[in-house]
Design a protein around this ligand. Structure first.
Ligand SMILES: Cc1cc2nc3c(=O)[nH]c(=O)nc-3n(C[C@H](O)[C@H](O)[C@H](O)COP(=O)(O)O)c2cc1C
Length: 197
């Protein structure tokens, strides 16, 4: 029977941190996307978002969102959330329990906005609050920019709605599937504890 030590688990953890870092810019890496669950009162809500940055020590996951969106309202109401990643080729699941910090019109959001391409900026320029019920289809992007990027000056309108969400990781539940016995462990404050798969 195979034996998995704490040192082996540590190697798996460090390997996954490298995959997460690669996922920031590599859209072919499944970790480019994460599934964020929040609480809407007592009901869970999950959605896909794009990984924009990952920092270690302390671990932080960053993504962008519209300040007016329900997910941001939910995180303001209750900052506890879960970020889920799954790589189906390597059969690895990462579940991060986190606390969210909303960066809106502050130094971090301003720094990230300055590097946000015009093509992405238009997503924050719609008049409608995201998830608002509408009678007829509306792309919620100014009509003149449907097929082209906004000019730099006009694109600044989107900054009002632009938010960078930092997820401060509390603990990670890592699961790697194997035919001869799955490997599962928890990491909290750098301490690894095996969990029954
Ligand atoms: C591939 C993909 C990537 C997405 N990336 C983001 C993202 O980075 N930020 C975001 O706010 N919404 C993103 N969305 C949209 C959300 O999944 C969601 O539908 C929308 O933001 C409304 O969420 P809410 O009502 O929970 O706020 C993405 C959707 C898909 C399918």
């Amino acid at each position: 029977m195979k034996k998995i030590s704490i040192s082996h688990a540590k190697d798996i953890y460090f390997r996954e941190l490298e995959y997460l870092k690669d996922g920031i810019s590599n859209s072919k890496n499944p970790y480019h996307f994460l599934y964020l669950s929040t609480l809407n009162n007592n009901f869970p809500q999950s959605r896909t978002v794009v990984l924009r940055d990952f920092k270690n020590k302390p671990s932080k996951i960053l993504f962008n969102a519209d300040f007016r969106s329900p997910k941001v309202k939910q995180l303001i109401e209750n900052s506890n959330c879960l970020a889920l990643f799954y790589d189906n080729d390597r059969k690895v699941q990462l579940r991060f329990n986190c606390r969210a910090i909303i960066n809106h019109k502050n130094s971090l959001s301003s720094k990230v906005w300055s590097k946000t391409p015009l093509q992405s900026r238009k997503c924050y320029m719609g008049d409608l609050e995201p998830s608002k019920l509408i009678n007829n289809w509306d792309p919620n992007i100014p009509i003149e920019y449907l097929k082209k990027d906004p000019e730099q000056k006009n694109s600044e309108l989107g900054y009002e709605n632009f938010t960078v969400i930092e997820l401060i990781v509390n603990n990670l539940d890592l699961l790697e599937l194997h035919h001869d016995g799955h490997i599962r462990f928890n990491i909290h404050n750098d301490k690894i504890t095996f969990l029954a798969p």
